[in-house]
Design a protein around this ligand. Sequence first.
Ligand SMILES: NC(=O)c1ccc[n+]([C@@H]2O[C@H](COP(=O)([O-])OP(=O)(O)OC[C@H]3O[C@@H](n4cnc5c(N)ncnc54)[C@H](O)[C@@H]3O)[C@@H](O)[C@H]2O)c1
Ligand SMILES: [Zn+2]
Ligand SMILES: [Zn+2]
Length: 362
Amino acid sequence: MKASVTKGLGQGFVIEDVDLADPIGQEVRVEVRASGLCHSDLSVATFIGGEFPVVLGHEVAGVVTSVGPDVARTRVGDHVVGSLIQFCGACANCLGGRTHICLAPEVTLRTAGQPSRISWNGSPVAQGMGLGGFAQEALIHENQLAVIPDAMPWAPAALIGCGVLTGAGAVLNSARVRHGETVVVIGAGGVGMNGVSGALIAGAEKIVVVDIEDAKLERAKAFGATHVINSRATDPVEAVREITGGGADHVFDFVGARPVTAQGLRMLAKGGGLYLIGVGGSDAGVEVDAITTLTGSHRVQGVYMGSSNLKRDIPFYASLYLQGRMNLDDLVSREIGLGEIDAGYEALKDGSTARVVITDFS
Ligand SMILES: NC(=O)c1ccc[n+]([C@@H]2O[C@H](COP(=O)([O-])OP(=O)(O)OC[C@H]3O[C@@H](n4cnc5c(N)ncnc54)[C@H](O)[C@@H]3O)[C@@H](O)[C@H]2O)c1
Ligand SMILES: [Zn+2]
Ligand SMILES: [Zn+2]
């Protein structure tokens, strides 16, 4: 089968003929129908690194074509969406419903002694995040897959696995925003827009979006932003305090740059929470002043993958989309072929592009 292989740092994405093993244990073979381009894969391919050669791609949707002997809840023909969240289902955190912080995520992968799931010219190829969605087919543990309704279109379905789980989950699961509360979303990118959708679903009264590009702020209105602030033109802290009448109940930082996060902290109302989601660079973080924080009863919380339970949340968002209650269509700016990943990432640099999705695997 064809896969887009990354052979080393800065070497891009190159189509090769690779072999995919047959499913064993709880593995599921998926014919990929859509694969989203997330920034994290580009970061791995350009500066983070890891095992090479590797098939990246972690926003993946497709049809199940075969299953391993121990697969219990996934059948041939099912439409599935993958997620990088790996969970065992048996540790204390999984049993407590917090599968996103599973203590034994490695049980979803093959062990070092087993043959690699993907190989190329007889040598092993790494599989990005247990998924490897930049390929015609993928071999994935069933715990990393959720079944979606057949009616769900492929491109928006793929985006649910990372950007939607993270953005909407931050609001609905991590912060548990309640109706009538005020929400600030800093960073109106592909993930932040799902934060806006989450706030809309939660019934937030005011949804304020902060960005530095007018085109992104304009698009945010289509997702449900009630107020937008260009922080290049306006002091965002003052503007948020004015719009919310003193401060916001929840501030979600999808940017992750020190000055931006510090602004987020100053936007909080008494009892408000700041949520750290974006990582804009290696020095991302925030300094917390104890007196201001304790007198304001503020919270600062790190958010991993929207505290999501993928088996519950992926079908939930697909259902909301099919009911017309969640905007995913405006996230899909462009559809490309498997051989056009480098150009796709280039297109993402343009402010008007939200997400690029591979839908042609021929
Ligand atoms: N915590 C997690 O589990 C998790 C999961 C997925 C993604 N992420 C992270 O979420 C972040 C957002 O991802 P994305 O795909 O939406 O990225 P993106 O590049 O599409 O969006 C970032 C947005 O921030 C805006 N921005 C940049 N600098 C700004 C500033 N100084 N002030 C205000 N806005 C500014 C940009 O204009 C852009 O609209 C990334 O850092 C990504 O790595 C985290
Ligand atoms: Zn991602
Ligand atoms: Zn676990």
